[in-house]
Structures are given as C-alpha cells and as structure tokens.
Design a protein around this ligand. Structure first.
Ligand code: UT7
Length: 353
C-alpha cells in the first residue's frame, strides 16, 4: 500500500509586490535582490488575510482537484510557523472556516521551511499505520505580519506612498536582509492510500539539529519570558526574525544534498534517477547550488522563487502544484522533495508520480 497525492491546489494573495516597490522603503536595489536571491516579485496578503485564509483557499482547490468532498477526508495536517493565533493552531480555524465535520481531527505542525516535507512524512506514516486513508496536508505562511507596517509599507499593497522619515528608512534598512526575501502563500495536497502499483511515497529522511537555533529564529515573544511579550520587546524589534544569512546558506547547500543522497541510498535508487528535484525556494542560488552539488541538470531542478519569494511551508506545495499544472510532472516520474529551515530542520523525501 502506498500514499499517493491525488490532488493539489494553491492559495496566493492577489497583491504582487515587485522589487522596485521595496527600494522606496529601504536602502536596497532591484539588482541586489534579483542577483543575490533570484526574487523578482512576491505576493503580500491583504489585511485580515492570514495563513489559515490562504490555506483554506489552497485546501478547497486541492479537494476539488482530487474530486473529494470534505466528508471523505479522515484527518487534516496544517504546517505553518505563522498561525492566525498563538493558540490554537490553524487546524480548528480551517475546520470552522471550511466546514469540516467535527469528526475529522486536525494536526498542527510547525517545522518552518521544512513544514511541508515533515507533513508529507507524517501523512504517509498515518496512512501506513492503517488509521487514516485520506488526509489533507496544507503548507502555508504569511510573512507580512513580521514587516514594520507603521514604516510606510502600505504603499506596497496599493496604499498611499509617503515620504519616510530618516529613522523609518534606517529601520527598514536594518532588516533588509530578511524582508526582501519573504512572501505570503499556501499550497495543499490530498494524500490517499492506494494500491496503484509503484505510484506513491517511497521514503523520507528527516533531520533536526538545535545546536544553533540563533541562526534563524524569533528572539522575542517566547514562553521563557515573563510576560511572554511586552512593550520593551516590541521596541527592541524582537518579534522580527533574526537570520545569519551566510550560515543558513552554507547549511542549506550542504545539508539538502546530503539528505537527498541519504534518502536515495535508503530507497536503493541513484541520485541520477531523480527526474525532478523540488527544492525549498529560499534563494535561487541555494536551489541551483543543491542541484549542482547533486550533479543534476538545471531542467531537473524547477524553481518559482522569482515570482513568490520564500513562502516557508508554502514553497514546496506551490512548486509541486505548478509543475503538475504546466506538465513538468508526468506519470511515472521519480520526484525528490528537499527542504531546510529554522530549527534547523531539514531532509528529503522520494515520491513516484
Ligand atoms: O528558508 C530558509 C531560510 N533562509 C535562507 O535560506 C536564506 C539563506 N541566506 C541567503 O539567502 C543569503 O545569505 C542572503 C540573501 C540573506 C544574503 O546574501 P549574501 O550573498 O549571503 O549576502 P551577505 O549577507 O554576505 O551580505 C552582503 C552585503 C552586506 O553588505 P556589506 O557588509 O558587504 O557591506 C549586506 O549588508 O549585502 C548587504 N545586504 C543588502 N544590500 C542591499 C544585505 N541585504 C541587502 C539588501 N539590499 N536587501
């Protein structure tokens, strides 16, 4: 018995924000963003549109694609590091929003950029256990709530542009290494048990190393603090993520290839057998670096970061969906998903279409 993806869908906001729009807010250039990250534009959610809203759009589309009704789903897994509320997670928010029967349990997982990858392995494990036959897996994140909207960011989504004060411009510049990289978006898949030959999930290798959490984390707003959030933390901008870009880059271009090799070895296939390598979209140079480290030709390593930026748990399901839609994913292909992100969590999974 195999776990098979029977449908996919995406939920991306309508607001397209090109690099040029960000150059008005901080000391950056269109060229820096494009050449250092590959990003040309990203999507920003409307006010009131959180990861649960985008996730619901993706989930409805995935259900329609799989031709499944809500009643036919046995459980939901929602991967996000940016839930609508601190608690509960997005599972119950989605349940109420979409009208899932209360008999369908919802699991909330985080794992940041590796959220969808971990979710896939969890979905397969739950199916293999025999407990559930059909799951809905959502990967969604919104990064705009991390942005300092009081510093003139409304202009990016159609609000009036205004002259920034030197202090506002300096603050935006102090976080430019992160803000230019991220966008909002969601993807979802329906995963079902199937006896359809070789088709389906083959294996995953997942890893965690918490020895350098500070490489990518949110320093404020945590429950080691009393209170867990206060005015001073906000003034010190501690709710904004901190990232050692070069360190994460280095980890990404070594750990992802290692995990792809490990999962191929576990499954008894060669890396060269991979037809399509779906790499978490954090930076085009990382995506290309991972492909190069594995000696895979560029046509086997698709990317869409130029249009969405990094949507964290959203990147892999959005990329998967677009590759199915444009015919790059065909029946019988060997696909490998790989991701690395905050934690650090990383890994790879093999899947036969
Ligand atoms: O999803 C997983 C999490 N994230 C990642 O995987 C991201 C991994 N890291 C990266 O993608 C890259 O390290 C970045 C895109 C964040 C940065 O690229 P880089 O080539 O590693 O640049 P850098 O950090 O070495 O910085 C080079 C220069 C610095 O100036 P100085 O010190 O050389 O004068 C930065 O201050 O670029 C400057 N810089 C910028 N300049 C214009 C940093 N951000 C910007 C910016 N615009 N937005």
């Amino acid at each position: 018995m195999k776990s098979v993806i029977t449908g996919s869908g995406i939920g991306v906001p309508k607001n397209v924000v090109r690099n040029e729009a960000l150059t008005r807010l901080m000391d950056t250039t269109e060229e820096w963003i494009r050449t250092r990250s590959g990003i040309e534009e990203r999507r920003y959610a409307d006010p009131g549109q959180g990861s649960a809203e985008l996730g619901s759009i993706a989930a409805e589309a995935a259900l329609a694609d799989a031709r499944r009704s809500k009643k036919e789903i046995d459980a939901v897994i929602f991967a996000t590091m940016t839930p609508n509320f601190y608690f509960p997670g997005n599972g119950p928010v989605l349940q109420a929003k979409m009208g899932f029967p209360e008999t369908i349990p919802t699991f909330d997982i985080r794992q940041q950029c590796s959220g969808f990858l971990y979710g896939l392995d969890l979905a397969d494990s739950l199916i293999q256990s025999g407990k559930y036959r059909r799951l809905l897996l959502i990967g969604a994140d919104v990064h705009t709530p991390f942005m300092p909207w009081e510093m003139g960011w409304e202009s990016t989504i159609g609000g009036t542009a205004r002259e920034l004060t030197p202090e506002e411009y300096a603050f935006n510049t102090s976080i430019r290494d992160r803000t230019v990289l991220f966008g909002d978006g969601a993807g979802a898949v329906v995963v079902e048990s199937s006896e359809d030959g070789d088709r389906g999930f083959i294996a995953a290798k997942l890893f965690t190393d918490g020895s350098n959490i500070e490489a990518l984390y949110v320093p404020g707003v945590g429950f080691r603090r009393r209170p867990y959030v206060d005015k001073e933390q906000v003034e010190r901008a501690e709710p904004i993520p901190v990232m050692e870009g070069r360190e994460v880059f280095k980890q990404a271009v070594s750990r992802m290839p290692e995990s792809v090799r490990a999962v191929c070895a576990a499954a008894g296939v060669n890396v060269t057998d991979i037809d399509l390598l779906m790499v978490h979209q954090a930076n085009l140079r990382i995506v290309e670096g991972v492909g190069k480290a594995l000696a895979l030709p560029s046509e086997k390593v698709p990317h869409n970061i130029e249009r969405y930026g990094n949507t964290t748990a959203g990147t892999l399901p959005i990329l998967y969906h677009e590759c199915v839609r444009d015919g790059r994913i065909k029946p019988g292909m060997l696909i490998c998903f790989t991701a690395l992100g905050s934690g650090l969590h990383w890994g790879a999974a093999l899947y036969r279409t």
